[in-house]
Write a protein that binds this ligand. Structure first.
Ligand code: GTP
Ligand code: MG
Length: 559
């Protein structure tokens, strides 16, 4: 091997920031330009896609000697990056410098001969290393070190948070501990690329692209893998120049776009089920608003949703990525609020009437647009800054946004994370969800156009409501929890850092305390006591009033 994977992990990507000081350090101008050093969303996606196409996934026995393994694999070509992880067994992701190396490697692979079963001879890039060596797990420098794909346990995170010095540091620490790592994202792109090999049997130019939290910079370790089958490159180009003649493909026709999408997904889903090693529990959910094929990819443990014809969702992912790149406070807030919501059962990984992570993120973006001065621009402002090459209309929806972030100037806002978190809870604890709709395109509240409990306008398909699934009791739970958390900020001393007591147990404070069910439980209990006290007072007043009434009046009241 020429080099080890020098992937930037989440830890190295982030640096601890004191926002007030950082903003003051910027010159006294009221606005700051966004650095142009950032790569565009599409360029990042292309690079990752290309890396994945040059990669293989290999299941290794536990006694694998790393040095020997890499030497064996690199006979087929230069290894650019590699890493190991453990799920159902140990796996290696190996990225070659050239795609040709994969052909060479595959020529040396055999189809296993099974004793009591038969194998489907599909030659994928998911391989198994067999070794004649016997022995125990390697130790020392040639032992395999596995990269972690899962988030820290709740207790471990709470412990880490309690050791921080400030709430701002806690929010940054939570983000660092939970966000997707470079390795995890690479593996996600590799899973997409492995699936593409199946779909490419029918559509050689197709691409399977990840979207949602894998690419929008808000992905948490353990989140699902949303993908869509992109057939855009498959459609032909107009070749009628010169001769006046042209050829077109004869094609099958479907009753509607949706119908065609369902048929394609049905066939690809079948192939994934029958041909694709590692894909289990394939379910075709073709009658959903957005038809999809759902399955588990066992070697990576990813829960996968494959859709088709879903370009608008990709634009939503790009929009969130752009917002996340503009001010890092957005990501710290979103990670903290998503974790807080999950810890208190406001969000749930099963579909239902819960608020989704996507809706929560939109709530945070909107809140930051409302600050004075605004911390984030509106979506219309991002559209107005777009150049001619940014123009994008999908199915009649204007999805144009600026992609060159250096064109964006931000207002100088020095709010700390602690202040923003507190005011987020206050803002949504008293937001008039009954009347108003959240509109991040205009960056202001609008009158609700329909009767759903919660209305967040879909940023690109503006007639749709992103939170249509949320019912009034789930909304109420969210609002109550916001009120309680705001109350804790205002009154409690739980936000004050405390040092370890004599028992050496670190007290939970700040964000760690906000995540504990006991905190809201104690608030609930206090509220209940207050309500009970008020009720008792009301009862006493009532009985005094009753005793003042004449006996005849008092009697008629009870009939
Ligand atoms: P996780 O909960 O971490 O998976 O977040 P996510 O952003 O990936 O959300 P999810 O898997 O539910 O959805 C994937 C993507 O689909 C989102 O990022 C959005 O781009 C899009 N999406 C999800 N829900 C909605 C919705 O209600 N309306 C619209 N228009 N798009 C949605
Ligand atoms: Mg997702």
């Amino acid at each position: 091997p020429r080099c080890e994977l020098q992937a930037q992990t989440g830890l190295s990507r982030l640096h601890r920031t004191d926002f007030a000081t950082a903003a003051q350090a910027v010159s006294n101008t009221e606005q700051t330009a966004v650095s142009d050093a950032k790569e565009s969303f599409s360029l990042i996606q292309e690079k990752r896609h290309d890396q994945a196409e040059r990669s293989v996934l290999i299941n290794c026995p536990p006694n694998t000697n790393k040095k020997k393994f890499l030497a064996y694999i690199s006979k087929h070509g230069d290894i650019r990056n590699h890493f190991f992880y453990e799920t159902y067994g140990i796996y290696a992701v190996v990225e070659f410098s050239s795609r040709d190396s994969i052909s060479s490697l595959k020529e040396n692979c055999t189809i296993p001969s099974l004793q009591h079963e038969a194998s489907v001879p599909f030659k994928s890039r998911l391989l198994t290393l067999s070794s004649t060596a016997t022995g125990k797990k390697q130790t020392g420098p040639n032992a395999i070190k596995c990269h972690n794909l899962t988030p820290p346990s709740f207790d471990k995170l709470i412990n880490q948070l309690s050791k921080q010095e400030t709430v701002d540091q806690q929010m940054q620490c939570l983000t660092e501990a939970c966000q997707l790592t470079e390795e995890n994202i690479s593996l996600r792109f590799l899973v997409c690329s492995l699936l593409r090999d199946i779909a490419a049997a029918y559509f050689p130019d197709c691409i399977i692209r990840p979207f949602g939290s894998t690419v929008n910079s808000f992905g948490k370790l353990g989140c699902d893998l949303d993908m869509f089958l992109d057939l855009d490159a498959v459609s032909g180009h107009d070749q009628s120049k010169g001769s006046g003649l042209s050829l077109e493909y004869q094609v099958k026709r479907g009753a509607s776009e949706r119908n065609v999408t369902q048929s394609i997904l049905s066939v690809i889903g079948e192939c994934v089920d029958v041909f694709s090693p590692g894909c289990v529990g394939v379910q075709k959910i073709l009658n959903a608003r957005c038809p999809l094929v759902r399955f588990s990819h066992q070697p990576s443990s990813f829960r996968c949703d494959l859709t088709a014809n879903n370009r608008v969702a990709m634009k939503s992912s790009e929009m969130l990525f752009i917002y996340g790149s503009l001010d890092e406070r957005l990501r710290f807030l979103v990670f903290t609020i998503r974790y807080w919501a999950r810890a208190h059962g406001i969000t749930n990984s099963f579909p239902g009437a819960w608020i989704t992570n996507f809706s929560l993120t939109m709530l945070v973006v909107f809140f930051l647009q409302q600050r004075t001065p605004a911390l984030l621009p509106t979506l219309n402002q991002l559209r107005d800054l777009a150049g001619p090459s940014d123009k994008c209309v999908i199915e009649g929806n204007d999805c144009t946004m600026v992609t060159d972030l250096s064109k964006i100037t931000l207002q100088q806002n020095t709010d700390t994370l602690e202040k923003l978190l507190q005011e987020f809870f206050e803002f949504y604890g008293s937001f008039d969800f009954g009347k108003s709709s959240i509109n991040i395109r205009k960056g202001r509240e609008q009158n609700k156009p329909e009767t759903s409990a919660m209305h967040i306008q879909n940023p690109f398909e503006t007639d749709l409501n992103v939170s249509r699934n949320v019912n009034s009791s789930q909304l109420q739970r969210f609002v109550t929890l916001c009120k309680e958390s705001a109350w804790i900020f205002q009154n409690g001393d739980v936000l004050k850092r405390r040092s370890a007591s004599s028992s050496n147990k670190i007290p939970q404070w700040g964000v760690a305390a906000l995540l504990m069910p006991s905190v809201t439980k104690s608030v609930e209990a206090r509220e209940k006591r207050k309500r009970r006290k008020n009720e008792r007072t009301a009862e006493r007043i009532m009985s005094v009033l009753q005793s003042l009434k004449s006996p005849a009046e008092a009697g008629s009241g009870s009939e």
